[in-house]
Design a protein around this ligand. Structure first.
Ligand SMILES: [Zn+2]
Length: 283
């Protein structure tokens, strides 16, 4: 499994099998802080082993950046850790967690050992965590989902952005306008490095361009979808909107971004149509 060291005691692990999902570890003597886990049990087990190999007893905290399984399914492999997340993450897991996990196990038998683990500590806007001399700022960055958060390791200015920053913004579960504001917020946090929820790390010189181009992408898709709706087009017309004409590469995440892009367009199309119909009823 691919692993990168991003600071003295901060490491990032990547899933080989699912959309380059990333998990972070801060190795602290009193117990590690784990920021997201990996989709499959054998991948998270490697992280557990890595922590032990460094003579550290286990994880003291696991932070879930949002409720999606590709980030939370490994949480149960840190049974002694205190799990921290946004309040809406716990609510979503209480509401849908068991059912979604049962469905996932049918499709993906390698998830058999996974058990639902609910967050122990939740917050709304932001939270500060001070452990072994390290200061972490956990902050709400909604838009990919309502419960999305980012985790800034203050000394190193490494931001674990969860899926708020990705090779292509992804909104079918969330809200375009909120994601746009969250991306602006990311820039004001002045990170030196961003560990995206999926894909390669963004280094200092790449951050402004990458985040600003995500913001323009969100503007472009809105404009293009509105244009199609305005001229009475249908969902089939969305296929003609190429990701590159909206400002993002089509090769990232082994081409998966094109599917994510089409799902974004469809979600926006349906939302705008619904809003138009509602307005039509009012006036
Ligand atoms: Zn994800």
């Amino acid at each position: 499994m691919k692993r990168e060291r991003v600071a003295e005691d901060i490491f990032v692990f990547y899933s080989d099998t699912y959309a380059q999902a990333a998990a972070g570890i801060v190795l602290l003597p009193g117990g590690a802080i784990v920021i997201d886990t990996l989709p499959f049990p054998h991948e998270t087990s490697e992280i557990v082993q890595f922590i032990r190999d460094h003579g550290i007893p286990g994880a003291r905290f696991v932070i879930n950046t949002h409720f999606h399984g590709d980030h939370t399914y490994g949480t149960c492999f840190f049974p002694d850790a205190t799990v921290i997340a946004h309040r809406a993450c716990r609510d979503a897991l209480v509401k849908w967690g068991e059912r979604r996990l049962a469905e996932a196990k049918v499709v993906t038998p390698s998830l058999q050992e996974v058990e639902l683990r609910l967050p122990d500590v939740v917050f709304d806007d932001e939270m500060h965590l001070h452990v072994d001399g390290r200061n972490l700022l956990l902050t709400h960055l909604p838009g990919h989902t309502a419960d999305s958060i980012g985790v800034l390791i203050e000394g190193d200015r490494v931001l674990f952005s969860g899926d708020a920053v990705m090779p292509v913004p992804y909104i079918p579960w969330g809200n375009r306008d909120q994601l746009r504001s969250s991306l602006s917020r990311v820039l004001t946090m002045r990170p030196e490095m961003i560990v995206q929820g999926h894909g390669d790390i963004l280094l200092r010189g790449e951050i402004a361009d990458a985040v600003e181009s995500s913001i323009s992408y969100l503007d472009n898709i809105k404009e293009r979808v509105e244009e199609i709706i305005g001229r009475g087009g249908t969902e089939a017309d969305l296929r003609k909107i190429d990701i590159e004409t909206c400002g993002r590469s089509r090769i990232a995440l082994d081409g998966l971004v094109c599917q994510l892009h089409q799902a974004n367009l469809k979600a926006l199309f349906r939302l705008h149509l619904q809003q138009r119909q509602q307005q039509g009823r009012v006036f």
